[in-house]
Write a protein that binds this ligand. Structure first.
Ligand code: MN
Ligand code: MN
Length: 467
């Protein structure tokens, strides 16, 4: 009797892998293979947007700038400075009454950027000096293979794309660390002070230019190579965006092949699953919007970040081209819109269990995690989703038999974080955070569950086609 009652009343938090048949498992594994392949070609925000554009073009989406008018069923996108992108499918329902269904993720990830004047010779080696981007544990970025991705733009507008270290035939780069034999005082330091930000210097060469009369021979030799290969001079590195990311590939993890290890899964796992979900849609009732934003990891500032007015501009263009715009319509549409802020959640890690409230943690393999709120301490800075909206989202997931968990980031007083949720909420949109749980978040190699990856795809799709 107790068993029956328990089954009826208790929240079900069983593993998503439980009782799974082989067909379903294969579907999940195949989907994850495509995801890893995409991830390997899309390690930076610029590369992700490039891959996303290609996918959108193949699936019948058009640049909104090439359209003069829009009607129900039209599939369009807008690319902002090659670093962020908004996609839309125009719905059959009245956008003024129903608003839009928005899913928003980010495609930037923690990394090391080159400084504006990066090239330095010291002690017979050439280095690129770096400035880290986003919240990293600096020690994790030493002694791993790194690749260089990005662009160098010349004053005449010529843009040179650089991508070195991904191909096995190409060299990689690394940041050295002290040998343990001589690290006595380094090892006494606090972990966060163990590696100084200024010491994150990328080792890029050691052969001196053959001329005894000149200084900085190794630096000259490197510049000579860069000049021959890319046609650039030292000053051209000042108008460049060159990012260092781990050179290793996303791989299947575990004997049971249940997980994915890869760089930049925060938040490319949510960006990819929402993008692919949008590609699978044909007709939608409510206008479906997919946001792939930039700069989330440094506070969403700047004109490619979510804080900028670029998204408002995009939605204005949509309603202009639908021929329905009028004063205050943009505000009205936002107030009737619904959004999943699709960003990763902290997965429960038994090795570090003490930072989590086990009753409210997000678990790998238990489905998409909905964070009603984020923020720090007393919910400071949080966008706390309204109970009515949480119930509305639950209804979609439950009706479609999609597994989910409602979670918090960690113990109350331990720390916290945020996403782009509050930015859209401030415009009047109903928003909840909804993403894949991750282990080792912000590390060069992050871990997710294949079950959750496929589950996110299904959840995002269900949200877009919901009434
Ligand atoms: Mn994130
Ligand atoms: Mn992050």
């Amino acid at each position: 009797m107790g068993e029956e009652l328990k089954e009826k009343l208790f929240l079900d938090n069983s593993s998503g892998w439980k009782n799974m048949d082989n067909n379903q498992k294969q579907k999940i594994f195949d989907f994850s293979n495509n995801y890893m392949e995409f991830l390997n070609k899309s390690k930076t925000e610029r590369e992700f947007i490039k891959s996303a554009k290609k996918l959108a073009d193949e699936n019948g989406f058009t640049d909104i700038n090439n359209k003069t008018e829009l009607k129900a069923g039209d599939k369009i996108y807008f690319i902002n400075r090659d670093k962020s992108m908004y996609l839309a499918i125009i719905g059959t329902e009245d956008i003024e009454k129903n608003g839009m269904h928005i899913i928003g993720s980010h495609v930037d990830s923690p990394r090391l950027d080159l400084k504006p004047n990066p090239l330095q010779e010291d002690g017979g080696f050439a280095y690129f000096k770096t400035h880290y981007y986003g919240g990293i544990k600096k020690y994790q970025w030493t002694t791993i293979p790194l690749s260089i991705h990005g662009v160098v733009v010349k004053p005449n507008g010529e843009k040179i794309e650089i991508n070195v270290g991904e191909n096995d035939a190409e060299p990689i780069f690394t940041i050295t660390d002290l040998l343990p034999h001589l690290a006595q005082s380094q090892m006494e330091k606090k972990l966060k002070e163990g590696i100084d930000g200024e010491d994150l210097k990328l080792l890029i060469g050691s052969i001196p230019f053959d001329d005894d009369k000149i200084q900085e021979k190794v630096k000259l030799n490197i510049l000579n190579i860069l000049n021959q290969k890319y046609g650039i001079k030292e000053i051209d590195l000042t108008s460049a965006e060159l990012e260092l990311v781990p050179a290793f590939k996303a791989r299947t993890l575990g004997f049971d092949e249940s997980m994915v290890a890869g760089y930049g899964q925060d938040d490319k796992v949510c960006a990819y699953t929402s993008l692919v979900a949008m590609m699978s849609l044909e007709n939608v009732k409510n206008t479906a919007i997919c946001i792939l934003s930039d700069k989330e990891e440094i506070g969403s500032m700047g004109n490619t970040g979510m804080e900028s007015h670029m998204f408002d501009f995009f939605v204005s263009e949509v309603i202009n081209k639908m021929g329905i715009n009028k004063p205050n319509l943009l505000d009205k549409i936002f107030c009737y819109s619904k959004m999943l802020s699709s960003d990763v959640d902290a997965g429960f890690d038994p090795i570090y269990a003490s930072v989590s409230d086990t009753l409210n943690a997000g678990y790998l393999g238990k489905g998409i995690a909905l964070n009603k709120y984020t923020g720090v301490r007393g919910k400071s800075g949080a966008s706390d989703a309204n109970a009515e909206f949480v119930a509305w989202v639950r209804n979609i997931l439950e009706t479609n038999n999609i597994k989910y968990q409602i979670t918090e980031l960690g113990k109350v007083d331990i720390g916290g974080g945020g996403t782009i949720a509050y930015i859209l909420a401030n415009k009047g949109v109903d928003v909840i955070d909804c993403g894949v749980p991750v282990l080792s978040m912000h590390a060069p190699y992050e871990v997710t569950s294949k079950f959750d990856i496929y589950n996110a795809f299904e959840a995002y799709k269900a949200f877009w086609i919901a009434d």
